[in-house]
Design a protein around this ligand. Structure first.
Ligand code: SF4
Length: 296
């Protein structure tokens, strides 16, 4: 890590905006054990939010960005300030995204982040520089997963996975399944749509903001965009079962699990993650194995 690195984890922090300021965006996939001594293990706080702050605190980066996507992250930002005394930025996000006022609010917050980055060696971007970085990002967008013949197509949805939870993909593969879409925070759900070429030439920051606000997320009110995205994924794939993942202290995903299960036309299994034993416990492996057997 260097002083030009900007650490974040929230999908609503645009990497292109950081790059346009001449800094390096580092989207952290936290390890639960890193930097644990800094903020400590605190009961009642989302283990992912805490792991992010602890891991970020253990890194020697120039700037860390938190967002107000959930109360837990807001709380961890406050703890960060008390426990580390190091600078960090709290990006306020609009809970509603449809109105022009909400969009303006988000753009103003990005501008405020930009000014903050300038204090840490960033330089104010010109429109052509931002537009060029966005065009490059369009080219880097991910290609779809190719079908794995003979394996059971499943999907994952829910809260972010920690570095150690990536074992979930291995567990599914060894159980004869493959993931047709990943709706967790690190998956395709949280990749912004391609930027509109014409719009970005006219006003790149506005197009950047609108593309990011189009990411279907559980925290928006209403969050019907999440369900539209989910329906499109189910219609486009032959998915046979959904794995719903949430942390024990995550109100956002925990509350949504019930509604998603009622609404979904395919079988689901819910994995509650305590952030310590994670997704590599015998109990979780057994549940996944039974689930795959049932939908095979
Ligand atoms: S998992 Fe839930 S509570 Fe934790 S940081 Fe994400 S949205 Fe917030």
């Amino acid at each position: 890590m260097t002083s030009a690195d900007v650490i974040y984890n929230c999908p609503f922090v645009p990497a292109e905006w950081i790059k346009a300021h001449g800094l390096r965006p580092v989207r952290l996939n936290p390890r639960p054990s890193w930097g644990m001594h800094i903020l400590g293990q605190i009961e009642g706080i989302c283990p992912y939010a805490l792991a992010f702050a602890n891991h970020a605190a253990a890194c020697d980066a120039g700037l860390v960005v938190f967002t107000t996507r959930c109360d837990q992250m807001r709380r961890v930002y406050e703890l960060w300030k008390v426990c580390t005394g190091r600078p960090a930025f709290l990006l306020n996000l609009p809970t509603c995204r449809q109105s022009a006022a909400a969009q303006r609010f988000y753009i103003d917050e990005l501008l405020r982040l930009g000014r903050y980055m300038e204090q840490f060696g960033g330089r104010r971007p010109t429109k052509p520089i931002l537009a060029q970085i966005m065009l490059q990002a369009n080219q880097d967008l991910e290609t779809p997963v190719s079908p794995n013949r003979g394996a059971v197509p499943v999907a994952i949805l829910g809260g972010p996975l920690m570095n150690t939870d990536m074992v979930l993909f291995d567990t599914l593969a060894s159980g004869g399944a493959y993931v047709v879409f990943d709706g967790t925070q690190g998956g395709t759900r949280c990749i912004h749509r391609p930027f509109d070429r014409r719009e970005l030439c006219e006003d790149p920051l506005q197009e950047l903001a609108l593309a990011y606000l189009d990411i279907p997320d559980v925290f928006f009110r209403p969050n019907d965009g999440l369900y539209r995205w989910l329906k499109a994924q189910i219609d486009d794939t032959a998915v046979r079962g959904l794995i719903l993942h949430h942390y024990i202290w995550c109100d956002k995903w925990k509350a949504e699990c019930w509604r998603i299960r009622q609404w979904l036309p395919i079988p689901t299994v819910v994995l509650s993650n305590d952030g310590q034993t994670g997704l590599d416990s015998p109990g979780i492996r057994n549940r996944l194995s039974a689930f795959l057997e049932a939908i095979r």
